[in-house]
Design a protein around this ligand. Sequence first.
Ligand code: MIC
Length: 642
Amino acid sequence: MSKNLTHKILEGHLVEGTLIPGEEIAIRIDQVLLQDATGTMAMLEFEALGLDRIAAELAVQYVDHNIIQTDNKNADDHIYLQSASARYGLHFSPAGNGVSHQVHMERFGVPGKTLIGSDSHTPGAAGVSVLGMGAGGLDVALAMGGHPYHLPCPKVLGVKLVGKLPEWVSAKDLILEMLRRYDVKGCVGKIVEYYGPGVASLSATDRETIGNMGTELGATSSIFPSDENTRAYLKAQGREAQWVALSADPGAEYDEYDEIDLSKVEPLIAKPSSPGNVVPVREVAGLRVDQVIVGSSVNSSFRDLMVVARILEGRHACTWTSLNVNPGSRQVIENVAQAGGVLSLLRAGARIHESGCLGCIGMGQAPGTGQVSLRTMPRNFPGRSGTKDDQVYLCSPETVAAAALTGVITDPRDLGEKMSYPHIEDPKEYIVDEFSIVRPSEKLKDTEVVRGPNIAPLPAFEALPQSLETKVVLVVGDNISTDTIMPAGSKVLPLRSNIPAISRFVFSIIDEDFPRKCEEAGAVTLIGGENYGQGSSREHAALAPRYLGVRAVLAKSFARIHLANLCNYGILPLVFANPDDYGLIKAGAKIVFRDLRSLLTQGAAELPVEVDGKQIKALLNISPRMRRMLIEGGALNMVGKK
Ligand code: MIC
């Protein structure tokens, strides 16, 4: 039978289950990626497993998020991560080296491998045909320890690409076109597989852009065939020997189909404050722009920076528009420098920042009150930039460059009247620095793990009681992101290794009093709408609420990674059997769950819920493994028992 590429990779790694959409499967994980903001917790969890060394083929700890060292906290975390990497056999990529997704693709991605990362944008690995998935820190720790990764078997959405992108239109516009079609939850439970003749016109880094931001569709992952473009990229990285050709069989079938004619894609932009709020750039043209940023997690490759550099060459950014460049890696900026791009950018007035995530998660670069910021980043959830009521738009490097020149949102095709479109060729041979990554070795194995004062021990949680009496402390709407539940930003991110401290900021964007209210209530139920917990992989959005006493979230639906994180920390992810019941529950309501333990043990898919004395029903649509976790009070308790 002819197979699609997703099924070929999944089948090659399947250790439990069958490839039936929705059923839980477990797959072998070849590579693991961690970043520092989620990595300290994941590393503490790995240590809690009591293993001497990692068991995965490769694990790389990147330092790319918490790189603003305003006091000891981030530096303490980095020392912990570096010493633990040496001790347990991880590769270590220090601060300044670049964003995990970009560096992993440069140095480690191998077509056909599976990768999980403690960062939701791990699917960017699609750039070199790696099946990358974001996961909570605990799942990542388990994968490092050699455990398989469990997930609901996704459907495969086959997107046939035909034609070629026009000038001034690039990969970002293509993924924005997908977001225009599917919005932020249209691909939950799916892997997006791109195929067809149009694929050949997209370079490896273009594919990285599409895979990385495919996360915003709610997708489990994205994948591209491994072809001559993949080979050219790996060759330019000095890794041609690791290339293998991979594609779907001719006539392969998909669960769902779509088609995009690349020649019809136009410059698009996601308006505040959702990556799914996409319109043509023309529709918002003329709006004054105060800040533009190219780079960070996505669109930070050589091509992305060089296209901006060439557009701006010999010109200067508009006086009121701050032009910012966040290279994806040290390698990117070295190569841009070699190609003359750094000088063009500097002479255009650019602020060139250190390689890393930076403003993408509110680590600096916050816009001023009421200011408009155009960014090539993947997310613009409310307040994520660090500024309340921010006005962040997401767009291509070409649209960023056009706005930098004119000071207003501008369709980059309009620049075509004054200049020809700069086609950027990727280097035939990238400058590669083999010393930029600390490799594990026998010598480093005896390194002592250094735990500074910023590292607090993991909190322990009790098993599920037979009955639970809770209070509703907060009712939220649809598409609540983990940025709202557990904000990022320069004030909060440094507390990622200290759950008691970070828990003071849970839901602070909505209600600064939330932690106190939870403590007063003792046990808490939260009420959510559709796609609760979309966005990041940060397990802190489950772990910190659990620490405050949250025992259940009753919502219309959940985002994939967050649902797993809730189970990992013993929080019940319940779905309204009748979505109309959502409107009946107000903050302050008393919610009682009776016979919980027995019902979960019996495998009940429907649970009775008493809301202020009135009975409604909730669905618990999770695997038997997740049920066991909930009963034990979380994954660590369960693994500990084993
Ligand atoms: C993000 O883009 O939201 C982050 C910050 O990279 C997160 C990880 C984190 O919260 O540390 C993600 O994407 O998973």
